[in-house]
Design a protein around this ligand. Structure first.
Ligand code: SF4
Length: 702
């Protein structure tokens, strides 16, 4: 771990990976980060997981983009065909002026040619200020709302249900509130791998006697700490949750006073649940009726209970319905608004909450203010000192790529996103990127998406710039530059501003803090949170009620931000997954992350320790399934769905049921999204990453 005498400087910042938002101390020698330790942030209290502690040296990797690049006239046809160690076969190095002129010139030509629209994907890995500037650029510079980011692929359905029924898309309580609970449900989430520091709080809760109810089609790591592990059939969330709520109604275990004081539409919910008895739902969800009854009684009998969920809930065509059920369950038991109670969708990327808050979504301006509202648009036009922009909701991530295929979108500006790996049915996404007339990609590495770029703009990594980020707990935190970006790379906000100026916008920020000050003018959520406070205190939770208030860990104790102050019950029916297993594709494919790798792997696969621990694409199958296939653990299998095939090493894992296969999506050599189904939830427009019919066969070679 080194010796403190070997260190030139220590800089406090935030881990750039998951939504837990652990505070870190970066130990710097020369101009290199050489060690990372946890410090006492509100979410982590000194703790870090393997990614935060050991996954930092990607920032010094030789593959970093250090010069602006312009596609060569004689480059081969666009495709996934660029060697990151030998870029000059496809691109020429350029000065910033040349690259920005080429980037802005191409986008402006498409903007000014009526009907050829430009769209933007921003990033949840950048700061709040950078997310804000990116959405402002698309709206102010192009006049429409075709701007989105990866929230569409993770919790868009959760946010849709929360906005509809609670009136706010953020968590109602921090995950640390579990210390005041006596019952907690964790459903469709694998925090031991995906939110590891949050998982330590869940384990401590169980060890001190809290009742931890884990629900997931996979036997996820928290099962060892669970009082109940409900390993339900994939896609059967609504039948299981409605059966639990049926028992609470049947046995009159609900909280009459709370329902009367704080909710609406209860009678409709109650009537709807009559059809979902545990006995009727047992064959559907695979959980014994008696277990469903016990869980219902334990949750309803809790003094204080919380519900946590992840993408196992949200990434379905019925993801919004799944979240509606969880909201209804909490409301009927009065488990919102007090210490140790609440609804908490565990957010994925380190700034997906903040990027959403900052308006990086096609239907909302900052603070979830609708673009369709004339008054809201007028307020932002005034802040931006510019004219009005479209009142029409923009296209979402997957809709934008469909619009490229339809010829309606011809140019894109992509900052820090990697749709050539992250989108469902990814060959469709790659084909869309290849069709674009002009693609500008801004990133720290040559991502799979950057393979298709016309202009590549080299950006600073998170530990090379200042800016705020907002974690899953609504904690706005200060990230600080510890080292300088390599070569000509620059902070994203500076690049976006330079591009905006070439598009004719009069932006003149001299420091990123000025962007934060502008955001505060349009975002009530930032009231009482100032740049100076964040510099001093490191983190402030929103809402903060006064300049001294560190922020409210629990909200909605005295009503909800909806008309009349009441939350709503929205009944949910069973909707089958978009494709069912059949004779040709008899098993279920589910995808997700694993502990050592982050999303599409562009950073963690270039982190020495993480790559050494998990160097190879892999999938997980039950030992009995492997035996049937005649494959030894470590052997190869071919996975085939209606979209394509990948060949990958198989691991034996009893946590996966015999009719299921789990495939992480970080590996380009076995890209999980070649297989996934692009069918969308109608409300959140989120794809069904968690369920596709698949055939698994033994394979001899890669
Ligand atoms: Fe980073 Fe998340 Fe791990 Fe904390 S739990 S160190 S934020 S990856």
């Amino acid at each position: 771990r080194g010796d403190s005498r070997d260190i030139d400087a220590e800089v406090a910042s935030i881990c750039p990976f998951c939504g837990v938002g652990c505070q870190v101390s970066l130990k710097v020698k020369g101009d290199k980060v050489v060690r990372v330790d946890g410090i006492n942030g509100p979410a982590n209290e000194g703790r870090l997981c393997v990614k935060g502690r050991f996954g930092f040296d990607y920032i010094h990797h030789p593959h970093r983009l250090t010069r602006p690049l312009i596609r060569r006239d004689d480059a081969p046809p666009k495709g996934l065909n660029v060697d990151p160690g030998n870029l000059l076969t496809h691109f020429c190095e350029a000065t910033w002026d040349e690259a920005l002129d080429a980037a802005a010139g191409g986008l402006a030509r498409l903007r000014d040619d009526t009907g050829r629209r430009v769209a933007g994907f921003g990033s949840a890995k950048c700061s709040n200020e950078e997310a804000y500037l990116f959405q402002k650029l698309i709206r102010q510079g192009f006049g429409h709302n075709n701007v989105d980011h990866c929230t569409r692929l993770c919790h868009a359905s959760s946010v849709a249900a929360l906005m509809e029924n609670v009136g706010s898309g953020a968590v109602t309580a921090t995950f640390n509130q579990i210390e005041h609970a006596d019952v907690a449900i964790v459903i469709g989430a694998n925090p031991v791998e995906n939110h590891p520091v949050a998982a330590t709080y869940f384990k401590q809760f169980a060890k001190r006697g809290g009742k931890l109810i884990v629900m997931d089609p996979r036997g996820v790591g928290l099962r060892r700490f669970a009082t109940h592990m409900l390993q339900f059939k994939p896609g059967a969330d609504v039948s299981m949750l409605n059966a639990i709520m049926h028992v609470i109604v049947e046995e009159e275990l609900y909280d009459r006073q709370y329902i009367a004081a704080y909710t609406e539409n209860w009678e409709a919910e109650k009537a709807h649940l009559k059809a979902f008895s545990p006995e009727a739902m047992e064959p559907h969800c695979g959980i014994p009726a008696e277990t469903l009854r016990q869980v219902a009684r334990e949750f309803a009998g809790a003094r204080a209970a919380m519900i946590f969920w992840g993408m196992g809930v949200s990434q379905h065509i019925h993801g919004t319905d799944n979240s509606r059920c969880l909201i209804s369950l909490a409301l009927m038991c009065g488990q919102v608004g007090r210490p140790g109670t609440g609804l908490h969708p565990l957010r994925g990327q380190n700034n997906v909450q903040g990027a959403s808050d900052a308006g990086l979504i096609p239907m909302f301006l900052p603070d979830y203010q609708p673009v369709t509202d004339d008054g809201v648009r007028a307020a932002f036009s005034e802040i931006w000192a510019s004219g009005d922009f479209s009142a029409e909701k923009g296209l979402t991530v997957t809709e934008i790529l469909d619009a490229v295929h339809a010829g309606e979108v011809r140019g894109m500006y992509i900052l820090g996103e990697n749709p050539a790996m992250s989108d469902p049915d990814v060959e469709h996404a790659r084909d869309a990127l290849a069709r674009l007339e002009h693609l500008v990609v801004q990133d720290i590495f040559l991502t799979e998406t950057a393979n298709y770029a016309d202009v590549i703009l080299p950006a600073a990594a998170f530990y090379e710039k200042d800016g705020t980020v907002t974690n899953t707990n609504r904690q706005v935190q200060m990230g600080r530059a510890a080292v300088t970006p390599p070569g000509d790379a620059r902070p994203d906000w500076e690049i976006t501003m330079a591009l905006a100026r070439r598009l004719g916008l009069d932006w003149a920020y001299t420091d990123v803090s000025e962007v934060f000050a502008e955001m505060k003018r349009g975002m009530k959520s930032l009231d009482n949170i100032t740049w100076d406070r964040l510099e001093d205190e490191g983190a402030v939770t929103y809402p903060s009620l006064s300049p001294e208030d560190p922020g409210q860990a629990v909200v909605f104790g005295d009503g909800f931000p909806r008309a009349g102050g009441r939350a709503r019950f929205t009944p949910a029916d069973i909707v089958a997954p978009a494709e069912a297993p059949d004779a040709e594709f008899p098993m279920v494919l589910t995808t997700g992350r694993q502990l050592e790798h982050w999303h599409t792997g562009s950073m963690t696969r270039r982190a020495t320790v993480l790559d050494a621990v998990e160097p190879e694409a892999n999938c997980s199958l039950h030992p009995s399934t492997l035996r049937k296939l005649g494959v030894d653990p470590g052997g190869l299998v071919r996975l085939t769905t209606r979209r394509g095939s990948v060949t990958v090493m198989a691991r034996a894992d009893r946590a996966v049921s015999p009719d299921m296969v789990f495939l992480p999506f970080a590996y380009v050599e076995a890209a999980a999204n070649i297989l996934t189904n692009p069918a969308l939830d109608p409300y959140g427009k989120i794809p069904e990453f968690k369920y596709a019919a698949v055939r698994v066969e033994k394979a001899e070679t890669l």
